[in-house]
Design a protein around this ligand. Sequence first.
Ligand SMILES: Nc1ncnc2c1ncn2[C@@H]1O[C@H](COP(=O)(O)OP(=O)(O)OP(=O)(O)O)[C@@H](O)[C@H]1O
Length: 474
Amino acid sequence: MFRRLPGDETRTLVSTTPDTAVVFRPAVVRTPAIISVIIWVWRLLAGLARAVWRHPIATAVPVTFGVIGIVYGYRQAIAVFGVVLTSAVSWALLDPDSFRAVIGRRLLAWWRLVWIYRRHWQPVMIISGLGKHLHGRDYLPRLLRVTCDDWSDRVTVAMLAGQAVTDWTDRVDHLAHGFGAASCRISTLRPGRLMLTFPRRDPLSIPLPAVPIPQTAEVGPVEIGRCEDGTPYRLRVHGTHILIAGATGSGKGSYLWSIIRGLLPAMRAGLVQIWAADPKRMELSFGRDLFGPCYAATPDECVELLEAAVKVMQERADRFAGTRRTHAPTVDDPFIVLVVDEVAFLTAYQPDKQLRARAIAALATLTTQGRAVGIGVVAALQDPRKDVLTIRNLFPDKIALRLDEPEQVDMVLGEGARERGALADHISPRPDLGAGVGYVRLEASPDPVRVRAAYVSDADIRVMVARYAGEGCR
Ligand SMILES: Nc1ncnc2c1ncn2[C@@H]1O[C@H](COP(=O)(O)OP(=O)(O)OP(=O)(O)O)[C@@H](O)[C@H]1O
């Protein structure tokens, strides 16, 4: 509202043509003071009207107390204020959840709008290059709204005409540092409107204990951890194939074991069979009794297991052809989930060329045709490059855990994922902080979501084996 008037800057402008002494000075027409006053008053009224429109409650509260003060006297106004304040404090103490939902988050959002975002908006926009200062005027993207949930601020922004989403995704670091947040995520609400998400705290910063084994036999999405907004992270396993990529020690094992854990009751009910290929012999071997004869460790055995799955797939395809298009797990045709730890041992590092080709062919067949007949592949690998796993794009669902290089993020999650905030290369290598933390793209949105899998400890696996060994593949 206190921007300079047009013309203030112009007065000081001087331009010359190169190599001559010719100097151009723009003509400045002196504005009568009354015009300036009218403009200032107009801006003041417009600013007040805008404040009332944008923050009706924040304006109504002081106005109400002011009116009570004027009409009934200031003692009454202070008494009413005291009653309202005491009621609010009692509510917050007695039922903090409902207070937070109704009042607390709105107050926090208003405070953060005023103190963080509006206060820093102009300098952050100009310095990051998202706004422009031209001829004495600021052209800034509009800050429309701030809402808060328990873990983050969500800032709605109207982009400047002519800006692209990539102008913003290229500057997530500027925005995060500018507004004092650990990171910034960008999502598109509609053409011209963006939502910036700034986390205030990290619900994933401490390891999560293993999710309890479900009570019922279900093949639906398996709860395996938590999303960064604190909601449970449920991973769809049936009707898809999942690739989990992460450097050594990134916690791939916790995903594999959490999936297995969530499917145990369905395995007992005969609706699921878990087949395990464990060429590294370090991860799945710990609970090998869970898998019975459907466990393979040597490369030959692993490839035979994959080819056995292809046979089942083809037999089902022959039977289902023309009668059904999707698979519903039954005891006769259970959902087969083929868990492959370090799939690159079979597809890239395997010295026997023929065996390698057989493994790639079997995996390609399963990932292209297995879904509809109830066969899913869950594969983990350390190095997501194409020459390590040529068929990585055949996995519809991918999870990027801690990766060594920024380029690897897009290799796993698809073009532009890192720009949209999937900073998998920034995940801490400290196991307590970063193991099991990863980025996924959920079905509902192209924007990456940060998640953490629960940690299934050795003791948990021992209990799982003791309770469920011999119940799956017989
Ligand atoms: N979800 C998790 N939460 C907390 N800590 C975890 C989690 N997953 C794993 N860890 C810790 O990180 C260590 C390494 O995990 P893990 O062996 O699963 O990694 P990995 O990605 O399978 O590694 P590699 O590829 O070398 O086998 C574990 O020993 C454990 O201490």
